[in-house]
Design a protein around this ligand. Structure first.
Ligand code: SAM
Length: 257
């Protein structure tokens, strides 16, 4: 008869049990592969570890360093403090960059443009791209550019994990007192490296972590060894460390040509 089973009732019961066991195994296999995907996702993000945040940290650790909290735009006045000229000697730092008039320079974490504004006259046929993640900082920077009539500084709104720069477009990326507070340093630096022209340079100014006399919060300072470790992780070649500034390291790197 159509639709009648060829098995006895006992056999049907066994068959039903086997089918249900098979379904269970299939379900287990699906769950196992989903779990495997989950493991892969976690593995992809093992660049960072999570800890209880320090008072000035975000609780995210990258290559052994806890990332510092971002300086809010409410503190922007501190960036233009007059004492900075003696503490950081910005003109000496900029002279050490050896800029060429046609250079395209990205100031990543530009804040109010303290360095971008000072570099602009040295690249009259080029320009400075001032990247920051805080629109309020960029608004302050624009106001300063308008007041001073500076026309070759271009503000760009970055993202926590990207400088938002086109590939192969910049000669130099400068980060002054900024890199240590990038929430996703590996991703930002991968974007920076992609934005560099072959042979392009990266320069970081960071307060010296090795020196306890440098009165800056611990997570807002970096050691030479740590900076070199983190730049090597994104394929940059160390060129030199200039320690002629009063309290900061100036570290030079290059994208291999
Ligand atoms: C301490 S301020 C230094 C500003 C400027 N470089 C100077 O020396 O005056 C650090 C700046 O980095 C910016 N910043 C933090 N994370 C960033 C990121 N992922 N990309 C770009 N800028 C970032 C902050 O918004 C802040 O304006």
């Amino acid at each position: 008869m159509m639709g009648t089973s060829i098995f006895s009732q006992g056999q049907q019961t066994i068959w039903a049990a086997m089918v249900s066991a098979c379904r269970y195994l299939v379900l287990l296999a699906v769950l196992w592969s989903l779990a495997a995907c989950g493991v892969a996702t976690v593995q992809a993000s093992t660049d960072y570890q999570t800890i209880t945040p320090s008072p000035d940290g975000i609780g995210r650790v990258y290559l052994g360093r806890e990332i510092a909290q971002t300086m809010g735009h409410q503190g922007a006045g501190w960036l233009d403090r007059p004492s900075r000229v003696l503490q950081e000697r910005p003109q000496a730092a900029i002279a050490a960059l050896d800029l060429h008039p046609t250079d395209i320079v990205a100031d990543i974490g530009a804040g109010t443009g303290y360095f971008a504004r000072r570099m602009a006259p040295l690249v009259p046929q080029g320009r400075v791209i001032a990247v920051d993640i805080q629109p309020e900082m960029l608004a302050l920077l624009k106001a300063e550019l308008d007041t001073k009539g500076i026309q070759n500084v271009e503000p760009v709104l970055g993202q926590l994990d990207s400088p938002n720069l086109p590939p192969n477009s910049i000669d130099l990326a400068l980060m002054v007192d900024a890199y240590h507070e990038f929430a996703y340093p590996r991703e930002v630096m991968q974007g920076v490296v992609a934005a560099l022209k072959p042979g392009g340079r990266v320069v970081l100014a960071e307060y010296r972590a090795e020196n306890p006399m440098v009165m800056i919060k611990r997570l807002h300072k970096m050691s030479v060894a740590q900076v070199r470790r983190e730049m090597a992780a994104v394929g940059l070649t160390w060129v030199k460390t200039d320690d002629s500034l009063p309290e900061q390291h100036l570290l030079f790197f290059q994208r291999p040509a």
